[in-house]
Design a protein around this ligand. Structure first.
Ligand code: ADP
Length: 682
């Protein structure tokens, strides 16, 4: 028997491994089973080139549980005593502590860096044995034992069969790994697609009311998973079945992309476009990453472009360096190439479906657009490709490419400044009357009701030349697309003011909502009153909701315009009624106001060009008296107008109808409206 020390620089590496890799203890199983698989693959290679001449026999890798042991056995190439010394004993590395400290949260990095694959056994075991017999002719079987201190022993032993048994004596605080169910779950997670059969015990069956073992191996893996096979040999049903295996709870995928590159890097895999249920949070990190069929992680951030993390499926590449930190990954040239390649593949696939089967593409657009929009928003090179197949949907459900749509609206929706105006709605029902008004003008209205559409609108305004997006309810129809310069004021100032004061006084008070009342000439046929909201203000608020650092806009009240149609008979009637009923009260107030104003103007004129100290105090006092008086008169006048408006059912009715049409009439105000309506029709 021989004794020695494992060649690590740290006095005792194992407690360190244990401590730092605490959360990832379970990967020991992946490491040991994939070592066993590697040893088996190597043997097959040797046999294929004629260097191993014996029988291969059954090559199944076996995982078995004892009372306090886990054993992983293979019939691979095995190890000689010299090889154990070379590959197991001399794991020499320097600066171990520094490195461990740096990557303590990233077990994969540590394991990959040091080739600690085998040593990860010590995360769960207090003692490990390697019982192995090399495939070399006449090899002597050996047994290596180590109890987690740097000391090991190695001795000759008896082993009938070629290959290696790794026996772990499980630590007391890791007893969970002796449970069959736990190991079963881990094997499923990490080993489902290993290229050599892996058996965990025997298949069981129900017999006489209990489960009994059969003679058949319980093979837990599929050795030639779908992505390793040739696309030409696969049918749609195969892809769908594989998807169901991976995601049993998901709906059928929209479509898939089979990836297969050998140069300049190796990558295989299948990516699926999932059907996203819109009310469910988008699920990132559904893509599983494999390295030669060994499961590594389902966190692919940094490896595939952000928007593609929304896809499902499997990527397999030995060229993705997993032994580095995530932030380093992004700068790795292979990873960059892989990311670019995947983006290109995905856009090519979308492009080809669009070209060859536009009908299918349009049908699936609703489910697809979240990916495509997200991609266009976050990835410049994807936008450049997607702009040719991304679709707009109008409020009638018709779909257009960006170019087609531009051609459609170019003639009728260009304003006087040569800006092309894209009209949109985000709710067909709530904005029904505005959409109708636009359609009556021969305009087309897009439906932008997706989760990302606010952002898409802003992006497209940047990308397209001389284009503006305007929501249909952001202004009265004539102002949405201004084709010629505005005519003069619709009403004289006094009338504007009177209307504004009357309607403002009767608007119900709403939390965080403010109205600005204006009169516009909209034509006799148009509605007497409507509510609009400035595109700019609304968008600022919407952006504030999805973007940090803009809370200033988010906290501002919603500002709406209550637009009165000065051409409408009802509005005219209100104005005429007010003039008649209030003249007696208002005329003297107005005269007083005019006097006050005249005096004020005269004083101000006499002060022009004078310095403050040259103005007599008496005149300064008089000025502020005049201001005060004028304000009092104004308030008085508004009170008269409010008094009139309050008893004029048409004013309130018109306001309520406009609110109602925008879904803003609620609670008591709605109740009052209903009552008043009944009064009116009695
Ligand atoms: P890695 O697998 O990354 O090289 P490991 O620490 O897991 O690092 O293993 C070190 C070496 O030990 C392997 O490269 C291989 O040569 C040898 N080895 C480990 N497990 C086995 C096995 N089951 N059969 C034969 N050789 C093995």
């Amino acid at each position: 028997m021989q004794k020695g020390n494992i060649g690590v620089t740290t006095e005792n590496i194992f407690p360190v491994i244990k401590k730092f890799l605490y959360s990832d203890h379970e990967i020991f199983l992946r490491e040991l089973v994939s070592n066993a698989v590697d040893a088996t693959q190597k043997l097959k290679t040797l046999a294929s080139i004629g260097e191993y001449k014996g029988e291969l026999g059954d090559l199944t890798v076996r995982v078995s549980l004892g009372k306090d042991t886990i054993t992983v056995s293979d019939r691979g190439i095995g190890l000689t005593a010299e090889e154990i010394d070379k590959y197991i004993n001399q794991i020499a590395f320097s600066g171990a502590n520094d490195f461990l400290e740096k990557y303590k949260n990233d077990a994969n990095a540590i394991i990959g860096h040091f080739g600690l694959g085998f040593y990860s056994a010590f995360m769960v075991a207090k003692k490990v044995e390697i019982i192995t017999k090399s495939c070399k002719e006449g090899a002597q079987a050996v047994k290596w034992t180590c109890d987690g201190s740097p000391e090991f022993t190695i001795e000759d032993c008896d082993k009938a069969d070629r290959g290696t048994d790794i026996v772990l004596y499980i630590d007391d605080d890791c007893k969970e790994f002796l449970e069959e169910a736990r190991i079963s779950t881990l094997l499923k997670k990490y080993c489902s697609f290993l290229p050599v059969p892996v058996a965990f015990g025997k298949k069981k069956e129900w017999k006489d009311g209990k489960q009994v073992e059969t003679a058949e191996d319980n093979v837990i893996n599929e050795t030639t998973p779908l992505w390793t096979r040739k696309p030409s040999e696969l049918k749609d049903e195969d892809y769908k079945a594989f998807y169901r295996d991976l995601y049993p709870m998901s709906d059928e995928p929209l479509f898939w992309i089979h990836l297969n590159v050998d140069y300049p890097f190796h990558l295989t895999g299948v990516l699926y476009f999932p059907k996203v249920k819109s009310n469910i949070e988008l699920n990132k990190n559904k893509i599983q990453l494999y390295c030669n069929q060994v499961y590594v992680t389902d966190s692919v951030e940094g490896i595939v472009p952000d928007f593609l993390t929304l896809l499902h499926g499997v990527l397999d590449s030995p060229d993705i360096p997993l032994n580095v930190s995530r932030s380093y990954l992004q700068s790795d040239s292979n990873v960059k190439k892989i990311s670019t390649y995947i983006t290109k593949k995905v856009s090519d696939r979308l492009q080809s479906i669009f070209k060859n089967d536009r009908k299918q593409f349009e049908e699936k657009w609703n489910d697809l657009k979240i990916f495509i929009n997200y991609g266009m928003l976050t990835q410049e090179d994807f936008y450049d490709r997607a702009k040719d197949f991304a679709l707009f949907t109008d409020t009638d459900g018709k779909q257009y490419t960006f170019d087609e749509y531009k051609t459609l609206i170019k003639d009728n929706q260009t304003d006087k400044d040569n800006t092309l105006i894209y009209l949109y709605a985000n709710n067909k029902d709530e904005q029904y009357s505005y959409i109708e008004a636009a359609k009556n003008k021969g305009y087309n209205v897009l439906l932008m009701d997706g989760q990302l559409d606010i952002a898409v609108v802003s992006m497209l305004e940047q990308k397209f030349d001389k284009v503006r997006f305007t929501r249909v309810d952001s202004d009265i129809i004539d102002n949405l697309i201004v084709k010629e310069d505005k005519k003069n004021e619709v009403l004289e100032a006094a009338k504007q003011e009177a209307l504004s004061a009357m309607f403002k006084s009767q608007l119900p008070k709403m939390d965080k909502t403010e109205f600005y009342v204006v009169a516009q000439a909209m034509g006799e046929g148009a509605a007497p009153v409507m509510i609009t909201q400035s595109e700019y203000m609304r968008r600022m608020k919407e952006m504030a909701n999805i973007q940090a650092g803009m809370s200033f806009y988010g906290d501002m009240p919603d500002m709406f315009n209550l637009v009165l149609n000065a051409d409408h008979p009802l509005v005219k009637e209100v104005l005429a009624g007010e003039e008649q009923a209030c003249a007696a009260d208002i005329v003297p107030i107005q005269l007083s106001m005019d006097d006050t104003n005249n005096r004020r103007n005269a004083l101000k004129k006499s002060h022009e060009g004078k310095k403050d100290e040259e103005i007599p105090t008496a005149e300064k006092d008089e000025l502020s008296e005049l201001d005060k008086k004028w304000n009092e008169l104004k308030t008085k006048k508004e009170a008269v107008l409010a008094g009139y408006a309050a008893q004029n059912p048409v004013v309130r009715q018109l306001i309520d109808l406009a609110l109602l049409q925008n879904g803003m009439l609620k609670g008591e105000a709605l109740n009052n409206f209903v009552k008043r309506s009944i009064e009116l029709i009695k």
